[in-house]
Ligand binder design. Structure first.
Ligand SMILES: [Zn+2]
Length: 393
């Protein structure tokens, strides 16, 4: 009896397995929308310590066509030729959404207020998109998937300060590409979101006065609470405590320049990456500095490094690293396309600073020295000032 039951259980489990594979056979799909906070698309199923390579964060209620399924992610079809991967928990099936071969775009309006410029595009549906920063010339390029042009009218108002030109190209039958040319070389950030079915690209204007006393700087002390970060080469010390000490000194140094400062944490609190991102989204800082301490399996690896994800934010990270090297720290490098959570937002220039390696005895000794916290803070501030000065030329 028991044997028979086992046999039947195996047969049934094989059957249900076969069914889930068949769930997405050729031409079968499931429609729905993005849901939850910070849904994001990934290029492929690759993974590293910080997750797969992200294409973009998306707004919620963006329509999605699921065509395949693996463990935690759905494969989604964005257009005829473009596919991406979406975490399952960021998707909600919706039978009211009907698949269409394409949706039409309509009129645009380009305008500004005292802090931002906007490109507003009327669409038939909340379609998936991705944004790209370009430099030389500085442009924001936004692809809208599943969209075909019926745009014959782009109103451009004189209230814009950062947007020089806005236009589009239908690069594929169902991929609509928006070009936004900027007045300044430096990117100050952009956000893409929907108001009902209107797609909005909000572009941050370069601040009119480029001195710290007119800017709001966000400072993020890495880790905290349950998330302890790395440990020391010799000391029984934790990264989370030292990132906070560096962040506190940075806050003081910035306030001496009369900058307004926002700290993501001021105590030993546990904060997830999405919590930090949402907090910063609310604060709308002019720039963000996130502080961490590095670690390597090889105890000879040492030195300072700065990180960015988007090319338009690179200069800030270069100026800061250059100043930090004046402290005699060796150059571990300036790293691009980095998949760190707080390099992910496009809304403001951001820089991850890995001060040094706690796993290296030489760096560790300096990291434990309170004088060094002050010196690093002063060099980060000097780097930000160099960066601002480079734009005043
Ligand atoms: Zn860290």
């Amino acid at each position: 009896m028991i044997r028979l039951f086992c046999f039947l259980a195996i047969v049934f489990s094989l059957q249900s397995c076969a069914q889930s594979v068949r769930e997405f056979e050729k031409n079968s799909f499931m429609m729905g929308r993005t849901t939850d906070t910070l849904p994001h698309l990934e290029y492929g199923l690759g993974e590293d310590r910080l997750g797969g390579a992200k294409i973009t964060f998306l707004d919620t209620s963006v329509i999605m066509k699921v065509v395949d399924s693996t463990k935690d992610v759905y494969k989604v079809q964005l257009s005829q030729n473009h596919f991406a991967y979406l975490p399952k928990k960021k998707f909600k099936a919706d039978s009211a959404v009907k698949a269409q071969p394409y949706y039409l775009t309509s009129n645009w309006k380009v305008y500004g207020d005292d802090k931002y410029d906007y490109v507003m595009i009327n669409l038939d549906e909340r379609l998936p998109y991705r944004g790209i920063q370009e430099i030389n010339p500085s442009r924001i390029v936004v692809d809208v998937f599943g969209a075909t042009s019926n745009t014959n009218w782009i109103t451009q108002l004189a209230t814009t300060k950062e947007i020089k030109n806005a236009w589009y190209e239908q690069i594929e039958d169902d991929v609509f590409r928006i070009f936004i040319e900027l007045n300044h070389d430096q990117h100050w950030g952009y956000s893409i979101y929907y108001e009902e079915k209107k797609l909005i690209v909000r572009v941050k204007q370069q601040p009119p006065v480029l001195t710290l006393d007119k800017l709001k700087v966000a400072v993020d002390a890495g880790h905290g609470g349950d998330n302890k970060g790395t440990g020391g080469a010799t000391c029984r010390c934790l990264e989370k405590n030292y990132t906070l000490l560096f962040a506190e000194e940075l806050k003081k140094a910035l306030e001496q320049e009369n900058a307004s400062v926002f700290m993501t944490r001021e105590k030993d609190t546990t904060l997830s990456m999405p919590e930090r991102v949402m907090m910063l989204r609310e604060q709308q800082p002019d720039l963000l500095i996130s502080i961490h301490l590095n670690s390597s399996d090889y105890d000879t690896v040492k030195g300072a490094s700065t990180y960015y994800r988007y090319i338009g934010f690179r200069p800030l990270t270069q100026f800061i690293l250059k100043r930090m090297e004046e402290l005699g720290l060796s150059e571990y490098g300036n790293v691009g396309s980095f998949n760190f959570g707080l390099n992910g937002p496009t809304d403001y220039p951001n820089c991850l600073v890995e001060v040094g390696f706690l796993s290296n005895r030489e760096d560790e000794k300096r990291i434990l020295d309170p004088q060094f916290h002050k010196q690093v803070a002063a060099k980060i501030v000097a780097g930000i000032k160099d960066w601002l000065k480079s734009m005043r030329r």
